[in-house]
Design a protein around this ligand. Structure first.
Ligand code: PXP
Length: 257
């Protein structure tokens, strides 16, 4: 693989480690220890060991995967920066000010969506986003706004006082197997990154980045960090699955394998 000549940081989103835990232990009174697994903190530690530059979590209002208690434990034990994705609500701002993650990435959030579907509408609610941004920054938290690669949203993000934008790569990822649309979406991201950079913003990318499309995404100019979750957790299942089965068989039949 050819080097890009510049280091792009990797933020590992561990939400779906918690999704697997919740599939079994949703109604349990504890979130880790004893029989409860997998512990997102354990996954965060292995990601740190493997070179993750940051850990990202999205405690949603309904706490469907990552719980607020997970976020507090991560903040206490991580060595790399914690990036907390959050809705622009007073309740989440209060929680962020309690946690004090290094970064807060403000995202749109509706209860019905499976994952974060579109970017935050900064241009449509400038006062609110500016207020949230300032409250977080006054608490010593660096603020990123998760937006579509739309010039109006990028300009509004700079006006709102954010230092970072995370360009939503979902539309690009979804269009990957349609050559024309993919090129169009890739271009929007590249132009968006250039505009963000010109406006003094630090540009991150996130959503739907995987082991295939990362080859193209790393060519987007000025990218500081990519936040990647689903594909890494999926890959971990597939690369670790064989060993997990082997070990169980060995423990069932000690001395035979
Ligand atoms: N960045 C943001 C703002 C997100 O909301 C998500 C999804 O939670 C991601 C990055 C990671 O997306 P994926 O899980 O598709 O890699």
């Amino acid at each position: 693989m050819q080097s890009t000549g510049r280091l792009i940081l990797l933020g590992v989103n561990i939400d779906h480690c918690a999704t697997i835990r919740e599939a079994r232990y949703r109604d349990y009174d504890r979130t880790h220890g004893e029989i409860v697994e997998p512990d997102p903190l354990a996954f965060a530690f292995l990601a740190e060991r493997a070179g993750a530059d940051g850990i990202t979590v999205h405690p949603r209002e309904d706490q469907r995967h990552v719980k607020r208690s997970d976020v507090l434990r991560l903040k206490e034990h991580l060595q790399v920066p914690l990036n907390m994705e959050m809705a622009a609500t007073d309740d989440m701002v209060a929680f962020a000010l309690k946690v004090k993650p290094t970064y807060a990435c403000v995202v749109p959030e509706s209860r019905e969506e499976v994952t974060t579907e579109g970017g935050l509408d900064v241009a449509g609610q400038p006062e609110r986003i500016e207020r949230v941004t300032k409250a977080l920054q006054d608490g010593g938290i660096k603020v990123s706004l998760f937006i579509d690669p739309d010039p109006a949203q990028i300009k509004a993000s700079a006006q709102a006082g954010a230092t970072f934008i995370e360009l939503h790569t979902g539309a690009y990822a979804n269009a990957y197997y349609d050559a024309g649309q993919r090129a169009e979406e890739c271009n929007r991201l590249k132009k968006g990154a250039v505009l963000g950079h010109e406006l003094g913003l630090t540009v991150n990318l996130g959503h739907g980045i995987n082991y295939v499309n990362v080859a193209e995404m790393r060519e987007v100019p000025h990218v500081h960090e990519m936040n990647i979750g689903h594909s890494i957790i999926s890959r971990a299942l597939l690369t670790g699955g064989e060993e997990a089965v082997r070990e169980m068989k060995r423990r069932m039949n000690p001395g035979l394998f």
